[in-house]
Design a protein around this ligand. Structure first.
Ligand code: ADP
Ligand code: MG
Length: 908
């Protein structure tokens, strides 16, 4: 256990004897009052060098942290359970408690215990909660992942009479970087946005949390905090939001809906509640226009392993494969961009220009990356400083960041013609005031402690008062010795000594013989007699008295001056918050641009052409992750083409039906095209020889249950729910990846579902799609669906073994090679032999009476009794096109369907 801990924290002793009913001690009274104000938190109650926890809190924390639970003092005649964490390890314990889903209120001593004593011996040190630590409001490096944002997300809902039609506003803030954003979405968009942001904490109103329609979903998420109604009060929302930014109105934030204001104000109010007096430097909220980013739902994200693999690791994800950033801020921005690719071709090109600049200028790239590497995490250092949680190293980070920014700006500007994005970053870097760096540089020492209370971070020569205090503290002996020499010279008493004892403190001592001289003029003006002993006489002087007081206070004074200096510097930094934040963002943008250029150069990526068409042409495309995994392999990755553009004279894109045996490379091919689309729209270059993509608005990717069952993640039901979402939501601009849909059930079921799904995609969704299947029967569909194309992954048979060529070519696989694959997998020869016999028999039967899928009528032309008269058909069509399915309730939709049917029947 840690030393220096009082056995019984003072103030917690039992009530004085002689009182009948035990009463709470004053400290206990204070504790109870503060705890009552923070009932939903564990209370870290500061006592000296410990945070102590009492009662139930102590029991919870002791078991959560594995620390010793003790009993100290008594309250109302009962032992008080207690445990404590030393302050220098508080972060570590906080981290664990937060990770376990606890909230912690940190209660500090607001005055020196000596101050309290002055009010009387019984008075209690003033204490109060200075911060509530929750998962969404962290700022410490030890509590945060440097390479990821940590968002607090507020959800506000505008209720509609039909649950599915409710609108939601989202507001999210990363207080460790100051980023603040707002967006609106519908129910389906809600889950996709949450999947994109992966917030550290979500706040909702009590009402929303209890809502029957949403409760199951909300409860499935981690760290959802329900809050009282007033936090989500729409009437006061604008006022609260404006007040935080010290504005009269929120007009300057652009036109925000009432719902958006409500969500934004909820975020703000929660920050005020958890940060209490401190205010993180937030950027003004940025409203994300709907449709500005590529919509990718949760299932697609996890399926494509964008930021982590299906087994939850970062290694093996797309992000890990493409991340060449050299700063934490750059890493965060790259993750953000990957999570939210753009849809506007112009905005995408803007980013591509920056990447291309550094692809072309190799020297600039290398040079900037070197400089960026040395640049610290400005945004997070700033947030900590502004919140009063900063340390000397945070100030140094600001200093170094400003210097790096100036350096980088100069370097950039030397490079001539910059595109929009780069010119903008150079401007932002230029806005930083170099004088602030000089001020910090002058004030800060070379070696810096982690915590400001450790002192010794002010540079010698910066502050005369501090230098003196520190000299006194560190060199009191030398100072005394110097004074002794001076007095010896002045009195010509060689034997004069300055000594110290506990009664007199410091004193001047001479022998009795010299004592007389010091007590006579003129020396008695300086030396004041204190004591005469047998052989010696002792004196003090005003100077020595002052020196003594100074020495006694030197340590305190040195620290006080340092803390004061710290506060001054922190105030100067906070005053420049907005410029620092912009520069931090600019550095991140540069890091991402140079990193993507580095990636492009390293892995031979090309700049994709993005436009508003419905084209999708990938020549020589590769899978960005698999390709890297195969680097150095004897069989390198085989590049493949893909063209989902509308065929000549067609208005919608194509569907590729990809067949081929197990292990041929179907899934890899499907995913690589989806990943290329994501990379392209986030502004990156792509692993291909050439790429042209008409901007995609939604991306869907699903894998059949059979492929997923091994991971214990999915069932056929989930597969179908997800497929339903695609068939209901995908529009012409979507890209759909369906991998072995229908696999999770019996063959005929599965085949029928896959069959109908393809028809639906072709006729109704009319989106670009890739559909991998092991159902060969489906290839027959290509004959009747004009935009459906068969593709197959080639294999060749060699001495009875199957060889995978991983090459995608037009056409259908001739057979499934299941038995060859089974052989490769090491099934016993007897089983393989037997399987061959069974197969031969089944194939013979099939030839005798083919299943005849070709005669199956097309889904879109499901049989009718007789063709309706033209006028009826037109009437039905007119009624049909007047419908707005997105605005209909399920009931209205059903009624409309009946009406349509009735109309159709009239003609029959
Ligand atoms: P399928 O979905 O057809 O069963 P996968 O896409 O899962 O096949 O691919 C099986 C394996 O083949 C992958 O693990 C990968 O290593 C390899 N592979 C796939 N495509 C390629 C390719 N284009 N070039 C080289 N290897 C490939
Ligand atoms: Mg597969």
């Amino acid at each position: 256990m840690d030393a220096a801990r009082p056995i019984v924290p003072s103030g917690f002793e039992s009530s004085p004897p002689g009182e009948d009913a035990p009463r709470a001690t004053p400290v206990m009274e204070q504790y109870i009052e503060i705890k009552a104000a923070n009932p939903d938190c564990l209370l870290f109650y500061r006592m000296g060098d410990f945070y102590e926890l009492f009662f139930e809190d102590a029991e919870v924390a002791a078991s959560a942290l594995g620390i010793v639970l003790t009993k100290r003092g008594k309250h109302l005649g009962r032992d008080i359970p207690m445990c404590g964490v030393p302050i220098h390890r508080a972060d570590e314990y906080l981290n664990r408690l937060i990770a376990l889903g606890h909230r912690v209120a940190v209660c500090e001593q607001l005055e020196d215990p000596a101050e309290a004593k002055k009010r009387g011996s019984k008075s209690v040190v003033r204490r109060d909660v200075i911060r509530v630590v929750t998962p969404g409001t962290l700022t410490e490096d030890t509590l945060l992942d440097a390479k990821r944002n940590n968002y607090l997300l507020a959800i506000a809902r505008a209720r509609a009479s039909i649950a599915e039609e409710s609108r939601f506003a989202l507001a999210w803030i990363d207080i460790s970087t100051g980023e603040f954003r707002i967006a609106e979405c519908d129910r389906a968009g809600l889950a996709a946005e949450i999947a994109r942001l992966e917030p550290g904490e979500i706040i909702v109103s009590d009402a929303l949390y209890g809502d029957a329609a949403l409760a199951p979903y909300l409860r499935s998420l981690a760290a959802v905090t329900p809050l009282t109604r007033d936090v989500f009060d729409a009437a006061t929302a604008e006022r609260r939001l404006a007040a935080y930014f010290g504005l009269a109105t929120t007009e300057s934030f652009g036109a925000l809906s009432r719902l958006e204001l409500t969500a934004a104000a909820a975020c703000i109010s929660y920050i005020e509640r958890t940060q209490l007096a401190a205010r993180p430097p937030l950027s003004p909220p940025v409203r994300e226009a709907q449709g500005a980013t590529l919509a990718i739902d949760q299932a697609t994200r996890s399926n494509l392993e964008l930021v982590r693999t299906l087994s939850g690791e970062q290694r093996g994800s797309l992000l890990a494969a493409i991340d060449r950033t050299v700063t934490a801020a750059g890493s965060r921005l790259l993750a953000q961009r990957l999570a939210a690719p753009l849809t506007d071709p112009a905005a995408i090109e803007h980013r591509q220009d920056a990447v291309e600049f550094f692809v072309t200028d190799v020297a600039a790239r290398a040079d900037l990356r070197e400089r960026l590497k040395a640049s610290p995490d400005l945004a997070r250092a700033l947030a900590r400083i502004a919140l009063g949680r900063g340390g000397p190293r945070d100030l140094a980070a600001i200093r170094d960041g400003i210097l790096a920014a100036a350096d980088i700006a100069a370097e950039l500007e030397r490079r001539g013609e910059l595109g929009d994005e780069l010119a903008q970053t150079a401007r932002a870097l230029r806005r930083l005031d170099p004088a602030l760096a000089s001020e910090l540089g002058a004030a800060l020492a070379e070696e810096l402690p982690h915590l400001k209370r450790d002192g010794n971070f002010v540079r010698a020569g910066f502050d005369a008062g501090f230098d003196e205090a520190r000299a006194l503290r560190d060199e009191s002996r030398r100072v005394i010795a110097a004074l002794q020499t001076r007095y010896a010279d002045a009195t010509s008493v060689r034997a004069l000594k300055i000594r110290h004892n506990n009664v007199l403190g410091y004193f001047v001592e001479v022998t009795a013989q010299h004592g007389e001289r010091l007590m006579a003029p003129p020396l008695n003006a300086t030396f004041i007699h204190r004591q005469t002993l047998a052989g010696q006489v002792r004196f003090t002087t005003t100077e020595l008295g002052e020196l003594e007081a100074k020495i006694a206070n030197a340590a305190d004074r040195a620290l006080a001056i340092e803390l004061e200096t710290f506060e001054k510097l922190a105030a100067a930094v906070t005053a420049a918050a907005s410029a620092i934040k912009d520069a931090a963002e600019a550095l991140a943008v540069l890091d991402v641009a140079t990193a993507l250029a580095q990636l492009a150069a390293e892995r031979h990526y090309v700049r994709p052409q993005i436009d508003a068409s419905l084209d999708f042409i990938i020549e020589g495309g590769r899978h960005p992750v698999v390709e890297q995994a195969l680097t150095g392999d004897s069989s390198p990755f085989v590049a493949n083409d893909c063209d989902l553009s509308p065929p000549p004279s067609a208005a919608s894109g194509r569907i590729y039906l990809v067949t081929g045996p197990n292990m041929a490379g179907k899934s890899t091919y499907l995913r690589q095209n989806a990943l290329i689309a994501i990379l392209a729209q986030m502004g990156s270059f792509v692993p291909a020889r050439r790429a042209k993509i008409g901007a995609i608005d939604r991306l869907f990717s699903r894998v059949g249950a059979a492929d997923d069952i091994a991971r214990g993640r999915s069932t056929f039901m989930v597969e179908m729910v997800e497929t339903a979402a695609i068939l209901n939501q995908a529009t012409e601009r979507a890209l759909v990846i369906l991998d072995e849909i229908g696999r999770g059930t019996a063959t005929f079921d599965g085949l029928s579902i896959a069959w109908a799904a393809i028809e639906h995609l072709h006729e109704t969704n009319r989106c670009r799609a890739l559909f991998a299947t092991h159902f060969h029967e489906l290839t027959a569909l290509a004959a009747r669906l004009p935009r459906l194309f068969n593709a197959t992954v080639r294999v060749k048979e060699w001495e009875g073994e199957v060889v995978f060529l991983h090459e995608v070519v037009p056409g259908a696989a001739d057979r499934s090679y299941g038995i060859q694959v089974a052989k490769l997998a090491g099934l016993p020869p007897a089983v393989i032999g037997r399987a061959k016999l069974v197969l031969a028999k089944l194939e013979a039967e099939e030839r005798a009476s083919p299943r005849g899928f070709d005669e199956l009528p097309l889904f879109a032309a499901t049989p009718r009794a007789a063709p309706p008269r033209a006028s009826t058909a037109e009437g039905v069509l007119a009624a049909l096109s007047a419908l707005h399915p997105d605005e209909m309730s399920p009931r209205e939709a059903l009624e409309a369907l009946y009406a349509l049917k009735a109309k159709a029947a009239e003609g029959g």
